[in-house]
Design a binder for this molecule. Structure first.
Ligand SMILES: [Fe+2]
Ligand SMILES: [Fe+2]
Length: 376
């Protein structure tokens, strides 16, 4: 736990900067990723740790097993399982399950039991008293001798196709909650992308771009406190090439900024459910705090993913301007590059609602000119 010596307000476990006033809690300047430096912040594997592994592993069983363990850990559940739809499309089978090995030999017909109901209806469900729920089928408990007291399950869907069901069983204390369901939905989406890509034998690059889509969909679905129209991340990404070309940036740099545009507000996803992305944040995440923190949280989220960590300085500074305004305040204005400015000027434009409201004094003349010629 850290308390900001400047404003005494902020208490963070992992951050090096005060999210309220931007003061450096370590005496160091703004965060810049150093190559090869291990900055993982949490011991247990999280949503983004899985994403990180995805870029270096193609072992589906191992990844699903890690997802299962993460689900148990984060939801405080005794057991979990990942069930897939078989070739006939009529049964689920256990692809990964903690507990009894016998489970891996069982098939669950669609429509039977809670998992079968979730698959058939493509709906998430929480059942905190299964023996009093007529959909529950006690056959599995009879075969394993294990008593099911609570179930939470989410369908895995990719490209509108049902892939299977992720379930967690027996909350160790209390009942499963709506927040647990949101968390499990995040993991189910990630698992669906991984499984779908592996089954389709797409290459790593496609898998990664599917994941990017999934993350952007997550940001869009969540909505943000920013007064920006729907589809804001995709809209922003559309302008990147034109502005980048006007500035004479190399293709590789334009591709990097394009990815940064898609993910620039990913911090809102992390602020919504910090545990899901492996962050410990001890302050009350009010809408105002979520807004002020989202660049820093976004930077923290991408830094752990090999293929995204170069985006950290851009995402962390996408509300900071060269005239010293914006936030986080402790990012030095002389570290604000044209790469960052392309994102920040578009963000400013979408938030202001019109080109005329964009203040040229906040941006370097060449970036403002390229922006101004692109947005007509
Ligand atoms: Fe933003
Ligand atoms: Fe934004």
């Amino acid at each position: 736990m850290d308390i900001c010596p400047k404003c005494n307000k902020v208490v963070l476990s992992d951050y090096k900067f005060c999210p309220k006033c931007g003061y450096s809690l370590t005496g160091q300047p703004a965060p810049v990723q150093e190559p090869g430096k291990d900055e993982s912040s949490i011991g247990s594997i999280s949503f983004f740790n899985v994403a990180q592994e995805l870029s270096s592993s193609s072992n589906l069983d191992e990844l699903l097993s890690k997802i299962s363990h993460s689900v148990e850990d984060i939801l405080n559940a005794d057991r979990s399982s990942v069930m897939l739809l078989d070739g006939s499309g009529k049964n689920l089978y256990f692809k990964s399950a903690s507990g009894e090995d016998i489970l891996k030999k069982l098939k669950v017909p669609l429509g039977k039991g809670i998992a079968g109901w979730i698959a058939q209806n493509r709906k998430s469900e929480i059942v905190n008293d299964p023996y009093n729920d007529e959909r529950f089928c006690p056959d599995t408990d009879k075969k394993t001798g294990y008593r099911t007291n609570s179930i939470i399950g989410v369908p895995m869907i990719a490209n509108n196709n049902l892939i299977g069901v992720v379930e967690a069983i027996n909350k160790k204390s209390g009942d499963f909650t709506k927040q647990d369901l949101d968390t499990l939905t995040g993991f189910a989406g990630l698992a669906a992308v991984i499984i779908n890509s592996t089954l389709a034998q797409t290459d790593q690059k496609n898998t990664f771009s599917n994941m990017m889509d999934f993350m952007v969909m997550g940001i869009e679905a969540l909505g943000t406190p920013e007064p920006t129209p729907k589809g804001h991340s995709w809209n922003m990404a559309r302008h990147i090439s034109q502005i980048g070309e006007k500035l004479g940036l190399p293709n590789k740099t334009i591709q990097k900024i394009h990815r940064a545009a898609l993910l620039h507000d990913i911090g809102f996803l992390g602020a919504e459910n910090p545990k899901l992305v492996g962050l410990n944040i001890d302050i009350d995440l009010t809408p105002e705090n979520r807004y002020r923190l989202h660049p820093l949280i976004g930077g923290e989220m991408v830094k752990g993913i090999k293929m995204l960590k170069e985006l950290k300085p851009i995402i962390a500074a996408h509300h900071r301007y060269r005239d010293g305004t914006g936030f986080p305040e402790n990012i030095p204005t002389d570290t604000i590059t044209p790469e960052i400015e392309i994102i920040s000027i578009l963000e400013y434009y979408y938030m202001a609602g019109s080109k005329e409201k964009v203040d040229p004094a906040k941006f370097s003349p060449q970036v403002y000119k390229a922006f101004s010629e692109t947005i007509t």
